[in-house]
Design a protein around this ligand. Structure first.
Ligand code: NAD
Ligand code: 2YG
Ligand code: MG
Length: 259
């Protein structure tokens, strides 16, 4: 599993502002409006405790402070516990925190102690990035391409199927492909075929997973995957809208989802 680095999280709120401009231009709505519509919630006056976790590869520089900045950006009160792990968890619960945010190397969760709802980052990230792709205002059909059917990609594919889109998917892992075809009813995308998409949701840890033949001239690529799915020569093409951001959009979706 690819872990975030402190460098990924530099200048985070500026990256969010840029992504939000692209989201507004290509969907007509801001990230806040989209989260409100997807989850039917409007978080307010909740106290969010961020608990640093030392397990596995340990603390990621900028991770907790980024979560605090995100919490405050979306209008909630937040703080980082004085100690990590169980001691931090105990402090958060004793303080009367409403929502806990914490991550080890495998799971990143939001747990609302009052509503008892719990959200996993990979699910919320899949849902919100696929939702953004599906809202492209210049789309001429309900066909969406999903690249990568791992934890994030599968959740996004499932969300799109539930919303009534025609989902085409590709993953070199044949087990994941068979599961998505059998359980979700997605279409296997033929990379050598003529089909081109104006809505693309990409969720892989690899670069350059999108080539020119897959996409329509005017398209929206929505991807939480790091590094960038678009080769540099395509990323520079002004007709391709690219939404790609390392943490904020998925974390925001988690807060809306547990409210
Ligand atoms: P995962 O390992 O569960 O799944 C990745 C999938 O991509 C695998 O099934 C793999 O076979 C597939 N894949 C690899 N190369 C491919 C290719 N060329 N074409 C199609 N499929 C390909 O990973 P995940 O947990 O689903 O995460 C996906 C990416 O999203 C990672 O880079 C992760 O770090 C990132 N992520 C970002 C955010 C965010 O907020 N931006 C949040 C969560 C995860
Ligand atoms: O508390 C800390 O600082 C660390 N224990 C956080 C660990 C987070 C590990 N997870 C990842 O790096 C990501 N793959 C998932 C985070 C979602 C945003 N990309
Ligand atoms: Mg994100």
């Amino acid at each position: 599993m690819a872990l975030l680095t402190p460098e990924d999280l530099e200048d985070l709120l500026n990256k969010l502002r840029q992504s939000n401009e692209t989201i507004k231009a290509s969907t007509g709505k801001s990230i806040t409006e989209i989260c409100e519509e997807v989850y039917g919630t409007r978080p307010a006056s909740q106290k969010v405790a961020i608990v640093p976790i030392t397990a596995g590869n340990g603390i990621i520089g900028n991770f907790s402070s980024s979560l605090l900045a995100i919490t405050e950006y979306f209008g909630l009160e937040g703080y980082i516990t004085d100690h990590p792990d169980i001691t931090g968890y105990h402090q958060a619960v004793s303080d009367g925190a409403d929502i806990l945010l914490m991550a080890d190397d495998h799971m990143f969760i939001a747990h609302n102690l009052k509503s008892r709802k719990v959200a996993a980052n990979h699910v919320c990230t899949g849902v919100i990035y696929s939702e953004i792709a599906s809202r492209f205002i210049h789309a001429g059909s309900k066909d969406v391409l999903v690249i990568g059917l791992g934890r994030v990609g599968y959740a996004g594919a499932e969300h799109l199927v539930k919303k009534g889109f025609n989902v085409y998917a590709y993953d070199p892992n044949t087990e994941f492909m068979e599961k998505a075809i059998g359980e979700l009813g997605v279409n296997a995308y033929d990379m050598n075929g003529p089909k081109q998409f104006s809505m693309v949701f990409e969720a892989t840890p690899n670069a350059n997973t999108i080539s020119e033949g897959m996409i329509a001239e005017r398209c929206l690529v929505s991807t939480p995957g790091i590094p960038c799915a678009l080769p540099p020569e395509l990323a520079e093409n002004g007709d391709i809208d690219l939404v790609m951001e390392p943490l904020v959009i998925g974390a925001a979706a988690m807060l809306y989802s547990v409210f």
